[in-house]
Structure formats: structure tokens, C-alpha cells
Design a protein around this ligand. Structure first.
Ligand SMILES: CC(C)(COP(=O)(O)OP(=O)(O)OC[C@H]1O[C@@H](n2cnc3c(N)ncnc32)[C@H](O)[C@@H]1OP(=O)(O)O)[C@@H](O)C(=O)NCCC(=O)NCCS
Length: 167
């Protein structure tokens, strides 16, 4: 599907599409991590932009490690969204390796820069994510997070109630 987004494993330039040009850099492996986007910078912005729904920095680091397939994990990927060379959003996907009984992918994090919200970038990042990773997706979202409306808009449904036993 050509959605006007330009997805690459490295630098790219984007043609005009009528929408703001969104460059999406996709990283699946630590060796692919572009030096111009330091991982600690990406993780700390993600931490800030996820607020008030953020996890702790070590939890975000762990999810990114998983997405990069470290320690034999099934992997996934990190999508970095940029407009005019500036970061505008991030996505972290973890593959479950459980397709058939649990969805193949977890959309662990999506965050758009606060000043860039409401312009369709979050929706375009989700579309790019769904295009990049084959298989079904699941995600966790707090009941009161307005992002639920966006998730519904791109086709997520509330199929199951999630219950947790916390220690
Ligand atoms: C969720 C998020 C990624 C959406 O990014 P975005 O670029 O604003 O999304 P879009 O412009 O494509 O779509 C906006 C839609 O999301 C909904 N939405 C998401 N967050 C919203 C907010 N804080 N306030 C109001 N609406 C919000 C709106 O319903 C809107 O739908 P509409 O266009 O029909 O009104 C962004 O709000 C964000 O980074 N939030 C903080 C982090 C977060 O909650 N992440 C998800 C949980 S892991």
C-alpha cells in the first residue's frame, strides 16, 4: 500500500504527497541502528512523549532490546518518524513468536511529539507499522487514554478484557 510514507532502513528522502513529508526509519537489529539517531536519545524522548502513559526508562530499554532481538528474543522493530529532519514520533513493536494462539505482534509503544499531535502523524505511524510487520497485533491501552479512539479508527477492536494478576 502506498500511504505517502517513506519507510527505510536508513536515510531517505520523501516526495511531496500533499501531507507533511514523513520519513520513517525502521530498525530491526542493533547493528542497523543509525549513528545519527543515538539509541539513548530515542529512548529518552520516547519516555517523555509517552507521558502520562510512560513506563520507566529501564522498561523502555528492555522493550527496545527485545525489539532488536537481543538475548535470543523473537525481535520486532523500532520505527523512527521524522519530519524535516526532526523526530516527530516513535513506535516499538515486539514479536511474540506465538502467532496462532496469541497475536504475532505487540504494539508496545507509540508516541508523537506533543506539539505535533492531532495532525495525523500517529495514524500514519500505525499504518506504516501494520504494513511493515505481517500478522496480527495486540496492544495495551489505559481505559481513559484518548489514543483508544485512534486505535479504533485504524481497525483495532476491543475483543477481550485484559485481566492481570500482579505481584
Ligand atoms: C496517541 C498518539 C500517538 C496519537 O498521535 P497523533 O499524531 O496525535 O494521532 P493522529 O493525529 O493520527 O490522530 C489523532 C486521533 O487520536 C485521538 N487522540 C489521541 N491522543 C489524544 C489526545 N491526547 N487528545 C485528544 N485526542 C487524542 C483523537 O481521537 C484523534 O482522533 P480524531 O482525529 O478523530 O479526533 C499521541 O497522542 C501520543 O503520543 N500520546 C501520548 C502517548 C500515548 O498515549 N501513547 C499510546 C499509549 S502506549
Amino acid at each position: 500500500m502506498n500511504d505517502g510514507n517513506n519507510v527505510s532502513g536508513g536515510d531517505c528522502c520523501c516526495g511531496g504527497s500533499g501531507k507533511e513529508d514523513l520519513e520513517i526509519v525502521k530498525i530491526r537489529d542493533e547493528s542497523e541502528w543509525p549513528s545519527e539517531h543515538p539509541r539513548d536519545e530515542v529512548e529518552s524522548l520516547l519516555y517523555e512523549w509517552l507521558k502520562p502513559y510512560n513506563d520507566t526508562p529501564p522498561a523502555i530499554h528492555k522493550a527496545v532490546d527485545y525489539a532488536l532481538g537481543k538475548d535470543g528474543k523473537p525481535g520486532g522493530g523500532v520505527l523512527i518518524g521524522k519530519v524535516a529532519g526532526r523526530y516527530v514520533g516513535f513506535v516499538v513493536v515486539n514479536k511474540t513468536g506465538m502467532g496462532g494462539y496469541i497475536p504475532d505482534n505487540i504494539l508496545v509503544y507509540i508516541a508523537v511529539a506533543p506539539e505535533q499531535r492531532g495532525k495525523g502523524l500517529g495514524g500514519r505511524l500505525i499504518e506504516a507499522t501494520l504494513n511493515e510487520f505481517p500478522g496480527d497485533f495486540k496492544l495495551h491501552v489505559e481505559q481513559e487514554n484518548p489514543a483508544r479512539r485512534l486505535y479504533r479508527k485504524v481497525g483495532f477492536t476491543e475483543k477481550y478484557a485484559e485481566m492481570r494478576f500482579q505481584r
